[in-house]
Write a protein that binds this ligand. Structure first.
Ligand code: NAD
Length: 477
């Protein structure tokens, strides 16, 4: 059984209640986590506050840097163990689970190097004054983490917060806690003081809500659905608590007729099947210039048909979805597509070895999806790609921007001037030209516009969000 991690100790929830943890590959329970309540959050926030006031606040940036670096190295030593945990807990094929563990190493390595480089400024002002700014940590930051990339999102959110001098209370998703509980133990082993990093598990509407409401939380970082993002903002607004939100997207891959299709095709496929499509930045719409619509759909269709889905341990192209309700969500989208006569171009195949009790979904390519259909508007969070045709740049931009979201866009063209025009006109937090995701570099700031959220994590930019600016003006005559 898994326990909460508070003040460097493994502790049961106050109520003693637990939740089963299912393996998405076979749908069977294999361990339990704590079903915590508000009182457990309260204990974690008190431990964090004590740490902040007593130790962390006085710890030099250089010492924080050493601790973060030691943690990155410790995670690297335990990469196999974390890969195995994540594979079983989230149903991730081995290579994806390992990529997540290695990304976590890199996040702590990057933020270790950033701790002592977060400067304020001096400001030229009237004669007789000296004015400067300090970047100060918020204090105790709350982190609500989703189930799709627990290690990566923990790395970018908690790594940045600790580097900026905060202490953290983390609420992982109820479907994916195991790797993060283990990382918290590793943090204690490398010398993080008690209370610097606390993890409390349980349901979002119970323990996540308690975290968002707690008056001792000074900033909230949330990654998840737009619906819960709205709730978090409303709750946080009651006490004017700042929030960073990353709420997913309906990201377009825009392919012009002059694009290098050999380069684009594998990237377009990977961007929708990676992690079974359960990725905030999934490239879930492919917008194709009309001149190449038919031949490109044919090539994409062939690539979809070759995709194989199966248990995480088989390490195929695609693993299972996280849980049955997510599988049902994808089925609902597909049956809506069927009812609307949206043509299916191709599907991958679930292998025979996949247990019937696992949460599998074959990757599916749909074409001629009307711009106002929910498949062109809403986040499916499954391996379903919606293809649409456009005639020219103006139409491509109009389609790309025609959703409530604005997270990522991929643009594929050899025309240099068009690359810049498209990058300017598409409304999103990131635009990738002739690539998609730039290899996921931890150095690159990441976040959305519109309903994809606001604030930035990853990169040095995240440190501004995890600090508040104090202006100091000294009158010296
Ligand atoms: P969710 O938003 O409900 O869960 C995300 C996190 O928020 C989890 O830790 C959850 O426990 C917590 N949470 C839930 N209700 C809460 C509340 N009232 N207060 C505080 N925390 C709360 O997401 P989900 O239900 O697991 O997935 C639903 C949909 O959300 C998905 O289909 C997908 O479209 C989207 N999603 C997006 C991302 C992303 O990376 N942007 C991640 C996960 C889910």
């Amino acid at each position: 059984m898994q326990l909460n991690f508070i003040a460097n100790a493994q502790v049961p929830s106050a109520s003693g209640r637990v939740l089963p943890v299912l393996d998405p590959s076979d749908g069977q329970a294999f361990t339990e986590i704590q079903r915590s309540q508000a009182s457990d959050i309260d204990a974690a926030v008190r431990a964090a506050r004590d740490c902040y006031e007593g130790v962390w606040h006085k710890t030099s940036a250089a010492e924080r840097s050493r601790l973060l670096y030691r943690l990155s190295q410790k995670i690297a030593e335990h990469a196999d163990e974390l890969t195995a945990l994540e594979q079983r807990d989230c149903g991730k094929p081995t290579k994806q689970a390992r990529a997540d563990a290695l990304a976590l190493v890199r996040y702590f390595e990057f933020y270790a190097g950033a701790c002592d480089k977060l400067h304020g400024e001096t400001i030229p002002y009237q004669d007789g004054y000296s004015v400067f700014t300090w970047r100060e940590p918020h204090g105790v930051t709350g982190h609500v983490i989703p189930w799709n990339y627990p290690m990566q999102i923990f790395g970018r959110s908690v790594g940045g917060a600790l580097a900026a001098g905060n202490v953290c209370v983390v609420k992982p998703a109820e479907d994916a806690c195991l790797s993060l509980l283990r990382v918290a133990q590793l943090a204690a082993e490398v010398g993080f003081p008690a209370g610097a990093l606390n993890i409390v598990t349980g349901y979002g509407h119970e323990v996540g809500d308690a975290l968002a409401r707690h008056p001792g939380i000074d900033h909230i970082s949330f990654t998840g659905s737009p619906k819960v993002g709205t709730i978090i903002q409303q709750v946080a607004a009651e006490r004017h608590c700042p929030v960073t939100l990353e709420l997913g997207g309906k990201s377009p891959q825009i392919i012009f007729a002059d694009a290098d299709l050999d380069a684009a095709i594998p990237v377009v496929i990977n961007a929708i099947v990676q992690n079974a499509g359960q990725t905030c930045s999934a490239g879930s719409r492919v917008l194709i210039q009309r001149d190449i619509y038919e031949p490109l759909l044919e090539r994409l269709g062939k690539a979809f048909e070759a995709l194989r889905v199966g248990p995480a341990a088989m390490d195929l192209d695609v693993g299972p979805l996280i849980r049955q309700s997510q599988q049902q969500r994808v089925w609902d989208f597909l049956s809506d597509a069927h009812a609307a006569n949206i043509p299916m171009v191709a599907q991958g195949r679930v292998v025979d070895e996949a247990p019937d009790t696992g949460f599998y979904q074959a990757p599916t390519l749909l074409r001629d999806v009307p711009v106002d259909h929910r498949l062109a508007q809403e986040e499916v969070f499954g391996p379903v790609l919606a293809a649409m045709a456009f005639s020219d740049e103006d139409e491509a931009v109009a389609l790309a921007n025609a959703t409530q979201f604005g997270l990522v866009a991929g643009v594929w063209t050899r025309d240099g001037a068009r690359q810049f025009r498209m990058a300017k006109r598409v409304k999103s937090g990131q635009v990738f030209i002739n690539n998609y995701g730039a290899g996921g570099g931890v150095e690159l700031p990441f976040g959305g516009v519109k309903s994809s959220g606001y604030g930035r994590e990853k990169g040095f930019e995240a440190l501004y969000g995890f600090t508040t600016l104090k202006t100091v003006a000294v009158r010296h005559g």
